[in-house]
Write a new protein. Structure first.
Length: 240
């Protein structure tokens, strides 16, 4: 084990919470229990702030793959701290193929992306065509995080609707995207529901998530409930 890997691993185990390890591993069933140390997110973020911009931090994010889930999360949190867009996007692109679960994927939202949305969009178009589950999920998440307000374009929900996959973690993020879009861009989004333009699972999951949102009015929620599909057909989803 190289020095930086040993230093990081020792620090992570010093912050270990066994009960949290059991809880956290239960939330991410596609990873074996031995992949978890049991470090809470605030502690990981605090450690990431210590490492970001330091030689140790730069060396750590060069070392892939990592052994533990928390090392991957730490890696993502360090990337988030980046202030140079081009360096950050390079770090993201290098890390995406190694992301192996929804939690690591969803915690990475670099703030510097907000200042470079046109450039980021070009990367998203590529990510959405990836064969890697969490690269696609990350692309949808970036559309949801950064492009549902002033930078929204009608083509964007079409891109998400066009992602066809039997992977649970892609379909769930697509449902989150459309549920959020219904709250922020209702007129442009509702045709995807009324026109049955999503697969059945994503359609119904979108409605479920939308009616749980406080930003959607009661009248709209009632309308959405009437649009649930009741065909009764199941889907064989892949949970990886």
């Amino acid at each position: 084990m190289d020095n930086i890997e040993k230093i990081v691993e020792e620090r992570l185990f010093a912050m270990q919470d066994i009960k949290y390890r059991e809880f956290n591993s239960g939330l991410i069933p596609n990873l074996p229990a031995e992949k978890f140390i049991g470090v809470r997110t605030p502690d990981l973020r605090g450690y990431a702030k210590e490492l970001a911009g330091t030689p140790q931090g730069e060396e750590f994010i060069k070392r892939l793959p990592h052994k533990y889930h928390e090392e991957n999360c730490l890696h993502g949190f360090i990337i988030e701290q980046g202030r140079d867009y081009y360096k950050t996007i390079d770090n993201v692109e290098r890390f995406l193929p190694y992301i192996d679960n929804w939690a690591t994927c969803d915690t990475i939202t670099p703030k510097v992306f907000k200042k470079h949305l046109p450039e980021l969009y070009e990367h998203i178009l590529i990510w959405l065509r990836s064969e890697h589950t969490y690269t696609v999920r990350f692309g949808i998440k970036m559309l949801m995080n950064f492009y549902l307000d002033d930078h929204f374009k009608p083509e964007m929900p079409e891109l998400v609707a066009g992602v066809r996959s039997d992977k649970y973690y892609i379909k769930m993020m697509a449902a989150w995207y459309f549920a959020t879009a219904l709250a922020k861009q209702y007129d442009a989004t509702i045709p995807y529901i009324t026109g049955n333009r999503l697969d059945e699972w994503t359609h119904n999951k979108t409605i479920q998530k939308a009616v749980e949102r406080y930003r959607i009015s009661g009248d709209v929620k009632d309308k959405l409930k009437q649009l649930r599909l009741k065909t009764g057909k199941g889907e064989d989803l892949i949970y990886d």
